[in-house]
Design a protein around this ligand. Structure first.
Ligand SMILES: CC(C)(COP(=O)(O)OP(=O)(O)OC[C@H]1O[C@@H](n2cnc3c(N)ncnc32)[C@H](O)[C@@H]1OP(=O)(O)O)[C@@H](O)C(=O)NCCC(=O)NCCS
Length: 158
């Protein structure tokens, strides 16, 4: 159960915020995105890149991208990344970011019908979060992150 809930707001990312995003990314992942990839994602998907702020501090973020993949019913959105600063976890921010993803998808990507993501097999906190929000595990992608670092593909409809 979440404890010590923090007041925060969610807003769009600007290039000035990327340094703080990178700090959270580096603290959160074994294979972090590079600054140049963040810049590219922000320029391609400015409406999909959102941040959680506590006071004025960036404490979490997500990036929603439109994948090339087209299903019969519509296009597919991917959660390219989502993370919360380690000092701010278990306070409901990850859940709030996911809820924001659903409303953002309806607002800015109305033709999208599916949401998907890849999560490391051993990342039990994230798998639990996604399951709570209705994502289903659709299969394993072997060596997705590197040798013997498999991912699970998860999907849910929008
Ligand atoms: C996954 C992550 C975004 C969750 O953010 P958060 O702000 O801590 O999430 P919340 O407080 O909203 O927790 C929501 C649910 O997630 C799950 N969860 C979160 N942390 C967990 C943990 N350490 N262990 C088990 N379940 C956990 C629980 O189901 C939790 O619900 P509950 O509080 O009712 O038990 C955060 O742990 C994180 O940034 N991890 C590193 C980056 C990462 O792995 N991103 C996902 C990549 S696919």
């Amino acid at each position: 159960m979440a404890f010590n809930r923090t007041k925060f707001r969610i807003d769009y990312c600007t290039p000035q915020d990327l340094e703080k995003v990178q700090e959270i990314e580096d603290l959160s992942f074994r294979h972090p995105f590079s600054p140049s990839l963040f810049l590219e994602l922000l320029s391609k998907f400015p409406m999909g890149f959102r941040l959680a702020f506590s006071e004025r501090r960036v404490v979490g973020y997500y990036i929603l991208t439109e994948s090339e993949k087209k299903e019969e019913e519509g296009s597919v959105l991917s959660i390219a990344s989502i993370a919360v600063h380690p000092d701010f976890r278990r306070r409901g921010i990850g859940s709030a970011l996911l809820r924001d993803i659903f409303s953002n998808a309806r607002r800015n990507f109305p033709s999208a019908k599916q949401l998907e993501l890849q999560v490391a097999v051993e990342n039990l906190p994230a798998r639990s979060l996604y399951s709570k929000f209705g994502f289903e595990e659709k299969g394993i992608i072997v060596d997705y992150y590197g040798p013997r670092e498999d991912a699970i593909l998860m999907q849910r409809s929008l």
